[in-house]
Design a protein around this ligand. Structure first.
Ligand code: PEP
Ligand code: MG
Length: 571
């Protein structure tokens, strides 16, 4: 099976299938003696859900529109139907599986039946079935039953999922998996970015992995090629064991570069910083010898919870990162929520979420939330070299409003006699073509800039970065993308405003020389990629790569660009 290579390396292990009905649903086998308890747990969850729905109905005011009650009654009817409240119990017994998985399977078969219905009203009730199932799943998850102990599996397994949200993947950071493969997503979806930070082989956009792979199948995952081999023969196994060994030797060799200065053959210094999602990622940053944090995706602290982190909680997290980085720059990006990173319970729905109320747009629309974050970041600036980075700027007026918000936050801290860095640098993400094309207007008001190539590619090519059906069109080497990146770096250098790349292109070793050749001197990437990029920097000469980089940018199509890039990388 072939997909999009997300994170390199080789894994050989057994498959563990997970599914997603907006909630993560685990699938595991149960010893026979646990089956009655599991059925009782299922009954209890259905009863709790029923009680919850009755309680909800009792809170509806008498004068509320009648649809409110009708809606809850419909959900109660779905819940009480034997297809949902009884059939899963038979599945638990038959398959000796956990209640969540039985319910999930039953839901899938019901949804298939709904799909075939001619009556539009009934077909549209699919959403209600999913909502009811989610309620029961939540109740089940609040009361976990038998969970296979880690010793039930001799080795780390390979996670096989249809598609996962970034919020799901962040939870996997605590688990040990040998590899991570999904049917959905693209190479720069946030799910893929997180998979990369786990430092395990990973592949996205496999389309049919969930369908074709069975629980416990033996898999080889070649994350560098984007290939999965299911139930391999002995020859494939021994070939891949060898490759796995070679890969490990390579990684060990790279570790030696940790303290080596990142300079090209002609002595040009190339700054290599790291991207993080959570404060605990700093450990990996230090381990890989990064000289700063070029992108802290602060919104990840806001996922998987029902409340917003308050000022003190955020301050504590930012301060921890600032202190642990010992004076090296820590670039905290203000909340980039929206699109695929939604708050729990968010009721904002846009037909085009990636182009909707997201990132700085959302922050400007939610002044209290924004003010809280800005105060927390400013307070942390007394404990290290903190910088503020604004995501998704498309308009100078947004930048002006943001600077005004930052001033307001500073004044409120002054009034409270709280110390902070008055000269805290403020930078902007260049990730919308409008900002790249009007760069000089933004450059005048910013202390530094960072190109978010993940979104820049998505918006330039009008290709959703997370949609596996379009993965083949999402191409960093499209001539329009290369021209925009080249233009942005050139304009920023001319305006003498420091510019970095913090999108996934920064961590792609095959693009290191190209970006240096275009005048880039600052990179920020997942820590796990940093030493390979450093190795490439050490082997490159600025005058040599500059000439050939122009050829890549001037290529008339992506294939010609790829050929020119190959020549550049063979220098
Ligand atoms: C980008 O868009 O390139 C970027 C770095 O930000 P994110 O991936 O979080 O959107
Ligand atoms: Mg972005």
């Amino acid at each position: 099976m072939h997909g999009v290579a997300v994170s390199g390396g080789v894994a050989i292990a057994h498959a563990h299938l997970v599914s997603h009905a907006t909630l993560e649903v685990a699938n595991y086998a149960l010893p026979k003696q646990y089956l009655p308890d599991e059925i009782a747990r299922f009954d209890a969850a259905v009863a709790a859900t029923r009680d919850g729905l009755y309680a909800l109905r009792s809170t509806i005011p008498k004068n509320a529109p009648s649809e409110f009650c009708a809606f809850i009654d419909l959900h109660l009817m779905i819940l009480n139907d034997a297809t949902l409240s009884e059939a899963p119990k038979a599945l638990i017994n038959e398959q000796r599986c956990n209640a969540e998985w039985a319910l999930h399977q039953q839901m899938q078969s019901l949804l298939e039946q709904f799909d075939q219905m001619e009556n539009i009203y009934l077909r549209e009730r699919k959403g209600d079935v999913i909502q009811v199932v989610e309620r029961v799943l939540k109740a089940l998850m609040g009361h976990p039953g038998y969970i296979p102990a880690p010793t039930d599996r001799q080795e780390a397994s390979i996670l096989v999922a249809h598609d996962l949200s970034p919020a799901d993947v962040i939870q996997f950071k605590q688990h040990q998996f040998a590899a991570f493969i999904t049917d959905g997503g693209g190479a720069t979806s946030h799910t893929a970015i997180l998979a990369r930070s786990l430092n395990i082989p990973s592949i996205a956009a496999l389309h049919v992995a969930r369908q074709l792979i069975h629980e416990n199948d033996l898999l080889i995952v070649d994350g560098s090629l984007g290939a999965v081999i299911v139930n391999p023969d002995d020859q494939a196994l021994s070939e891949y064991r060898l490759r796995q060994h070679q890969w490990e030797i390579e990684r060990k060799k790279l570790k030696r570069l940790k303290t080596t200065r990142s300079t090209t053959l002609d002595g040009t210094q190339i700054e290599l910083q790291a991207n993080i999602e959570l404060p605990q990622d700093v450990e990996q940053v230090i381990e890989n010898g990064a000289t700063g944090i070029g992108l802290f995706r602060s919104e990840f602290m806001f996922l998987n919870r029902d409340d917003l982190p308050g000022e003190d909680e955020q301050f504590t997290a930012y301060r921890k990162v600032a202190e642990e980085m010992h004076g090296m720059p820590v670039t905290i990006r203000t909340l980039d929520l929206g699109a695929d990173k939604q708050l729990n319970g968010s009721d904002y729905h846009s037909a085009n979420p990636a182009m909707g109320l997201r990132a700085i747009r959302l922050c400007l629309a939610e002044p209290v939330m924004f003010h809280t974050q800005l105060r927390a970041i400013l307070r942390a600036s007394s404990f290290g070299k903190v910088r503020i980075l604004i995501p998704m700027l498309s308009n100078v007026s947004e930048l002006k409003q943001t600077l005004h918000f930052i001033d307001q936050a500073k004044r409120s801290l002054e009034a409270d006699n709280v110390s902070f860095d008055r000269d805290i640098p403020v930078g902007g993400m260049i990730e919308i073509p409008a900002a790249a094309l009007a760069l000089d207007l933004f450059a005048k008001k910013l202390d530094f800039m960072s190109i978010g190539t993940n979104d820049l590619i998505q918006y330039t090519l009008a290709v959703d970065r997370a949609d596996d059906a379009l993965a083949h069109l999402y191409d960093p080497l499209h001539p329009a993308v290369l021209k925009l990146i080249a233009l942005t770096i050139k304009c920023a250098n001319k305006a003498k405003v420091p510019i970095a790349v913090c999108g996934e292109m920064a961590g792609d070793v095959s693009l290191t020389r190209l970006l240096i050749g275009l005048g880039l001197r600052e990179f920020s990437m997942q820590s796990t990629q940093l030493l390979s990029v450093k190795q490439q920097v050490l082997k490159s000469s600025v005058p040599e790569v500059t000439k050939l980089a122009q050829k890549v940018v001037r290529a008339h199509d992506a294939d010609k660009a790829r050929a020119a890039l190959m020549r550049l990388n063979q220098l």
